[in-house]
Design a protein around this ligand. Structure first.
Ligand code: HEC
Length: 108
């Protein structure tokens, strides 16, 4: 009984680890949420010039693809004050709550 509990725990840990490997590497979703509110929502809320955008607007892989090419896909002036780490954090936040994630969220 003891061993099976241990291996179950190990499996759970592996599952958590495997999920985090899929995500943008090294991003902090909590910081990302804060940065997203501060630096993206200004234009990306209902009626904003960029149109409403929430984590659920895209899937996990769509978010990763967008951030990989953000310099080409987005008006540079809007994101020039954000460091690479900032963008990674925002990427992580949007990824974690994407449409096909475990916990899709519309909240920004
Ligand atoms: C200064 C205003 C502004 C800011 C700040 C801004 N955006 Fe945008 N964004 C826009 C505009 C304008 C568009 C183009 C909308 C269109 O094509 O209709 C756009 C487009 C986008 C798109 C493409 C929409 C789609 O359907 O694929 C994404 C994704 C996006 N922005 C994400 C972000 C993220 C993430 C941030 C924060 C790091 C951000 N934006 C900050 C104005 C802004």
């Amino acid at each position: 009984m003891k061993t099976s509990l241990k291996s179950l725990l190990a499996l759970a840990l592996i599952a958590v680890f495997a999920t985090s490997v899929l995500a943008a590497d090294g991003g902090n979703p909590r910081k990302g949420k804060h940065l997203y509110k501060k630096s993206c929502k200004t234009c990306h809320s209902a009626g904003g010039e960029g149109g409403e955008l929430t984590p659920m607007t895209k899937t996990m892989s769509q978010w990763d693809r967008f951030f990989k090419k953000i310099e080409k896909k987005h008006d540079a002036a809007a994101i020039e004050n954000l460091s690479e780490q900032d963008l990674l954090d925002i990427n992580q936040f949007l990824f974690d709550f994407a449409a096909d994630s475990d916990q899709p969220a519309t909240c920004g």
